[in-house]
Write a protein that binds this ligand. Sequence first.
Ligand code: ZN
Length: 284
Amino acid sequence: MDSKRIKILIVVSLMVMEGFVWTITSPISAWSLGIIGGADGPEKIIISDKGTEDRNTQKDNEDLENPPKEDRPPGDEPAQTENEKTRKALIQEAKEKGLLILVNKQHTVDRNYKPEDLKEIRYYAPDRSASSRYMRAEAADAFHKLVEAAALENMELVMTTAYRSYDFQKTLFDNYVAKEGEEAANRYSAKPGQSEHQTGLSVDVTSASVGYQLTDKFGETKEGIWLAEHAHLFGFIIRFPEGKEAITGYLYEPWHIRYVGVEAATEIYEQGLTLEEYLDQQSE
Ligand SMILES: [Zn+2]
């Protein structure tokens, strides 16, 4: 390459570079922006704006969880009322179906009461009474869904006892009294007529990790923790929570769940209530 050609090359290069700088710094830079806009769409796509988009998306998520009142468009107010109506209607429906029945040491169930819609449970510990393998149909279906959801997370949950007749409860209680005396038996077992197992809405749940026993240790297993955190999604509550003995009349039972329907169960779970407290609140 001779020196003349090199000079020409340098001059041409300088011209190109100058042209480029002019394009970028020129006040009439719509040309270059136009190219960008044409290839990538509107200015929103430009990286600096994308940051704004991300922040907006994040804010939308936060807003969904906790909508600030002043940000709500006026049209949302009726929707809130609508939700409240739906909530009340669902609670009322649960009440009418008898799902919110209160059975405890103060509120007994009639000796002759037996639910008419008992349905057999599919998932059970094999060495327990087959006659206790039933729940009211809606509760049984919900229990099946709960067990199947746990199985998807590699956890095996089974029931030991669900429905118990008045006479079966009487036999159980009499046996406990014979073994440990009535005072002790009263703290962990219900007298006949005082057990919500007779309603067909309760079920005792356990897993292989505790040898299918009903023990406090179940509450510390991954299955027990999962149950406590997810039962409400299927309409169940941990009926005798830890530290609530004075209200429920029973010691902590991480294995005993009670069906009340999804709406009530979710409210009870979110507010950390017992069924007794929740029903008190409802009647106010
Ligand atoms: Zn139980």
